[in-house]
Design a binder for this molecule. Structure first.
Ligand code: BG6
Length: 496
């Protein structure tokens, strides 16, 4: 991992080639193959993200992008599809020379594992257009059941040679399926070629957790059980399932969000200082956190379902799939023993936020009388990291209010990217991670042993899930979440 980015939206007249050289774009020529190219993820994130990388000069000097799906599209139809996706979801308009160059790089080759020929033809044509032996990068943006046949096809056709593969989430649905998937992958690819993606880890502010902790003398000394009473990782969303009943009924919030995203963030929050920021050292440390996690205790988990979920098209009217999870997790090691980590995520909640809160212990002696008018019963002394782009970090503490009397009020010191740097965030999560995959940097991708361990600690909940509790859309989940976190309280919605 290294610092090397400029803002894609940069208004300078510098040429794409010059930017490419300056920013450290991948040196190897690439053929990028997007499986699931007509799907939702490609439309919302991957196609706009690839164009954004191209515009920022962060794609290699010679590249081609081959879309693939079960459907059959001509190259021009795929270009139009990509243009619509960028226009609707991208930050940069699909116009001008940059778009023209990008659109020229696009082609389409349909693939079903039983008939890979159109894809083979498209990849061969793309490689010929580039010349030499470009690196292949396969992005598996397909439903989980599509991973195994697609990987088998890459092996059978020889496409897997000189290749790397980005595997979308969720990676398996339990320990047995994750192990089986890892075995399938490892029969074709070496672990060094495998990039299990969690786009949260590509967010600027998640990286910044490492900087906050390990580049400063201020925070790391208190980052432990002596000073921190509890940690919250809270990812409420306002959206419902957005027509994804098929995916969601099979997956649910625990697999979709907790294993895939929140526990990965927990790895960054809880890790020991790595000996370097290289991929092996970083992933060794997050995996050690997962190893230290106790198996989930089902009595410390609240599963919720928003009222109206069962009426969504495609949802079983008696569905027990959870759209909400709150859970208490223990990391039983020297740093964190006795410090509960509370995780919460759900659909149709009161706000869209992505927040880590570290609650600090009260001072041993209380010299100041608490004034009920100006402070809460438990005064807030917290470090708050909002990690959704553009993100901010705030320290909330008590300060003396101006005046003759010694009265305390809640105060906040806030860091915002735009106040300190000339840009808010350079790359969206997916952009950053696709770039890292082209560079062969696995730092921000989950390793096989790490994901297997997460499924292992999840087993008690997956084997014996408590019934779902209903909650009102727009609320913060079922009422029992307050018992779960007691004697602490959820930072949201009252914290800002
Ligand atoms: C995806 C989940 O991985 O992350 C979605 O499948 C969720 O259910 C999304 O809404 C949230 O990510 P972000 O960063 O787009 O808010």
């Amino acid at each position: 991992m290294s610092v090397r980015y400029a803002a894609p939206g940069s208004r300078t007249r510098e040429s794409v080639t010059a930017r490419r050289e300056r920013n450290g774009a991948p040196r190897e020529d690439h053929v990028i193959v997007l499986f699931g190219a007509t799907g939702d993820l490609a439309k919302r994130e991957l196609l706009p993200g690839l164009f954004s990388l191209a515009k920022a000069g962060l794609l290699p000097a010679r590249y081609r992008i081959v879309g693939s799906a079960r459907s059959t599209l001509t190259d021009d139809e795929f270009r139009q599809h990509a243009r619509d996706a960028v226009a609707e979801f991208g930050l940069a308009e699909p116009t001008g020379e940059a778009w023209h160059e990008f659109a020229e790089s696009l082609s389409f080759g349909s693939a079903v594992p039983t008939d890979p020929q159109p894809l083979l033809d498209a990849v061969t044509a793309a490689e010929k257009a580039i010349g030499g032996h470009p690196r292949r990068l396969f992005h598996l943006a397909v439903p989980p059941r599509g991973f195994t046949p697609t990987i088998g096809m890459l092996g059978d056709t020889g496409l897997a040679s000189n290749a790397r593969v980005i595997v979308e989430k969720p990676f398996g649905t339990d320990l047995a399926s994750a192990r089986a998937l890892n075995e399938t992958i490892h029969a074709i690819f070496d672990e060094s070629q495998v990039f299990r993606i969690d786009h949260f880890l590509g967010k600027e502010s998640v990286d910044n957790i490492l900087a906050l902790r390990f580049a400063n003398g201020l925070f790391e000394p208190i980052w432990n059980r002596d000073h921190i009473s509890h940690v919250q990782i809270d990812v409420p969303e306002t959206i419902g399932i957005e027509g994804r009943a098929g995916f969601f009924e099979e997956t649910g919030t625990f697999r979709d969000m907790i294993v895939t995203h929140l526990l990965q963030v927990l790895g960054f929050v809880a890790m020991e200082p790595p000996t370097s920021l290289a991929a092996k050292q970083l992933r060794d440390e997050t995996t050690k956190v997962f190893e230290a996690m106790s198996p989930l205790d089902v009595t410390s988990v609240v599963r919720g379902q928003y009222l109206g979920y069962r009426d969504e098209p495609g949802v079983d009217p008696a569905s027990q799939t959870e759209t909400f999870i709150a859970a208490r997790v223990e990391v039983d090691n020297w740093r964190w023993s006795g410090v509960p980590f509370y995780l919460r995520s759900g659909k149709s909640l009161g706000q869209k936020r992505q927040v880590v809160t570290l609650g600090l212990k009260q001072p041993v002696m209380r010299m100041f009388a608490l004034d009920p008018e100006t402070t809460n019963v438990t005064p807030s002394n917290e470090l708050v990291i909002e990690f959704d782009d553009p993100g901010w970090i705030a320290a909330r503490f008590l300060a003396k209010m101006p005046g003759a009397a010694m009265r305390l009020g809640e105060a906040t010191m806030t860091f915002r990217y735009a106040d300190s740097f000339c840009t808010q965030y350079a790359l969206a999560g997916y952009e950053r991670l696709i770039l890292d995959a082209m560079l062969g940097d696995q730092s921000l991708f989950t390793r096989a042993d790490g994901i297997e361990r997460l499924w292992e600690v999840s087993a008690p909940l997956l084997d014996d899930p408590p019934p779902v509790e209903p909650y009102a859309p727009g609320s913060w989940g079922p009422d029992s979440i307050h018992r779960l976190i007691s004697p602490h309280r959820w930072y949201l919605p009252d914290g800002r």
